[in-house]
Design a protein around this ligand. Structure first.
Ligand SMILES: Cc1cc2nc3c(=O)[nH]c(=O)nc-3n(C[C@H](O)[C@H](O)[C@H](O)COP(=O)(O)OP(=O)(O)OC[C@H]3O[C@@H](n4cnc5c(N)ncnc54)[C@H](O)[C@@H]3O)c2cc1C
Ligand code: SF4
Length: 501
């Protein structure tokens, strides 16, 4: 006899977390809803849609084979799906873990759903608020150190292992030459995957070349596959993670990154088990610089971003303090619309796998959106649609705060704007590019270099009072070719709008 409906969102696919912790084989009905809004409401990247749907369908099948009663249904919206279940099973109470976005929280609350606290992170929302309420500025490094101590990770008597909290100075190397990158794990497809791939192909307008489109073998769609990815990362990539974590290689798309974010974000893996596995490797001899760099990402950045999303509130998404109004550049939706080699490479990678690591996201895609004055919400929507691991809680602070400075510095004290010199050091793209990273004026000037200075010039009044920007503003004041640069910047912006730069 069914007594409760347990609603499991597509990003809560974890048997031991959220509402499933208390699931009862005899008296609970588990419901997953594939809403039309989720599948065809926006031009989602097919790889992303395939991953999210197939993982949820595999998860539902696993629950069924455990003996649970499961309804996986399609409906116009989640609420319509839940109404349908109530129509079939009676007006039963519905329970769910707290959703991971303001919007869904509000919708389910209005529908009368009872919430279980969201335990898909290492830091609860109330605990994060306790930390944030005590801060004058929200410096991630301070949060990270507090996390290390609170969670007892690589600390003894309050002191960090190796005498340092941070091994960044040893990392951040440029891409290596003549280096052999280990291969990446490929995930085989089964019948559920094939069925989902066919359905994704059939969603009108989503896949340009529908008949030939197939998902790559990059992303696992089961818990077993996600665990295999974790084990593979630890065995083949963890040791090299730190040194090249910020580099963009010409001959490799993922370097030593873990490729674990999709599973951490949809529930197939929990940060706790990822960190425990990495610390086991550390005790077995994995180098401290790489282990610390990875731990920082997971217990630091990931938890901080989620905490800040909830702390800053729903209005934060709409911020546009730099008054950026440009429409999304055509090159973002079509990599053939640019001659900028670094951008073409990164957008091409996203087109293929719906993924790029944090530096291409920040210093290529977002940097371009920032220096061109692209509207942050348009850019956010595009990133949200394209990336395999995107979700509101993670994209909003990363884009509005870190990437486009649209919050005026609430999260990061200075904007992540950079010219061609930085990209020339950290990528291998400039040699084969139509542009010259050293030039800021002239037909072959690197668009990043031109627009970096133009961005500082346009926002000079704002940044002149920011002590972390004083060196850049000082540099700007010494430019002898500023009038010429302003003219070139206009040409570059028009060329980018036309898809010709
Ligand atoms: C502009 C921008 C947008 C981003 N959007 C997303 C997003 O939509 N979803 C997402 O999961 N990550 C996002 N990130 C963070 C980061 O780029 C990805 O988590 C990472 O590239 C995923 O690949 P990986 O699993 O191999 O990561 P690794 O480099 O192996 O890092 C390990 C883990 O650390 C976590 N992590 C590291 N940095 C962040 C961060 N800034 N925010 C949240 N988690 C972090 C991720 O869970 C990641 O799996 C964004 C970063 C930037 C700069
Ligand atoms: S020259 Fe400029 S546009 Fe070309 S690859 Fe280098 S940084 Fe990118």
């Amino acid at each position: 006899m069914i007594e409760r409906i347990l609603y499991v969102a597509h990003d809560h696919l974890n048997r031991h977390r959220g509402v499933l912790k208390s699931a009862n084989l005899d008296s609970d009905l588990i419901v997953l809803v594939e809403s039309a809004r989720m599948t065809s409401g926006r031009p989602w990247h097919p790889e992303r849609l395939f991953f999210l749907i197939s993982a949820a369908r595999h998860f539902a099948a696993e629950l069924e084979s455990e003996g649970f009663q499961v309804r996986y249904l399609k409906a116009a919206t989640t609420i319509d799906g839940l109404k349908q279940v109530r129509a079939d099973f009676g007006d039963l109470p519905i329970h769910s873990a707290e959703p991971s976005s303001f919007k869904q929280l509000e919708q389910l609350r209005e529908f009368g759903v009872t919430f279980t606290p969201n335990d898909f992170f290492l830091t609860s929302r109330p605990d994060f608020k306790l930390w944030a309420d005590r801060q004058k500025t929200f410096v991630m490094e301070n949060f990270y150190r507090a996390q290390r101590v609170r969670l007892g990770i690589m600390v003894t008597a309050g002191e960090p292992d190796g005498g340092r909290w941070n091994f960044d100075a040893d990392n951040r190397l440029p891409p290596p030459k003549n280096y052999t990158w280990p291969a990446y794990l490929e995930h085989n497809r089964d019948e559920i995957d094939r069925q989902v791939a066919a359905e994704v192909q059939a969603i009108t307008g989503l896949v340009p070349d529908a008949e030939s489109w197939q998902p790559t073998n990059t992303w696992a769609t089961t818990r077993a596959g996600a665990l295999a990815q974790l084990a593979y990362f630890i065995e083949h990539h963890l040791a090299g993670f730190g040194p090249y974590e910020d580099a963009i290689a010409g001959d490799n798309w993922a370097l030593h990154h873990s490729l674990l974010s999709p599973y951490l974000n949809n529930g197939l893996l929990h940060a706790d088990e990822v960190i425990r596995a990495v610390l086991t490797a550390y005790r077995a001899g994995a180098p401290i610089g790489s282990v610390e760099a990875f731990v920082r990402q997971v217990i630091g950045w990931r938890e901080y971003i989620n905490g800040m999303y909830w702390f800053l509130g729903p209005e934060y998404r709409e911020k546009n303090e730099l008054g950026a109004t440009r429409k999304l550049l055509p090159l973002f939706t079509d990599s053939s619309k640019t001659k900028m080699a670094c951008v073409k490479q990164v957008v091409g990678d996203v087109e293929t796998r719906a993924w790029a690591h944090h530096i291409p996201r920040l210093m290529v895609l977002s940097n371009l959106a920032l220096v061109t004055g692209t509207n942050p919400q348009e850019f956010l929507d595009w990133m949200r649609e394209q990336f395999i691991d995107a979700a509101e809680w993670v994209m909003v602070p990363n884009i509005i705060g870190m990437a486009t400075h649209a919050d005026g510095g609430q999260l990061m004290t200075k904007p992540y704007a950079a010219g061609g010199a930085y990209l020339n050091k950290m990528t291998q793209s400039c040699k084969g590019c139509a542009y010259d990273p050293k030039k800021r004026v002239g037909e072959d000037a690197c668009p990043f270099t031109t627009l970096y200075w133009d961005f500082l010039d346009r926002h000079r009044d704002r940044f002149v009072t920011n002590h972390r920007m004083s060196q850049q503003i000082f540099g700007l004041n010494r430019l002898s070719d500023l009038p010429e640069l302003r003219v070139r910047a206009q040409q570059v912006l028009e060329g980018l709008d036309a898809g010709e730069i």
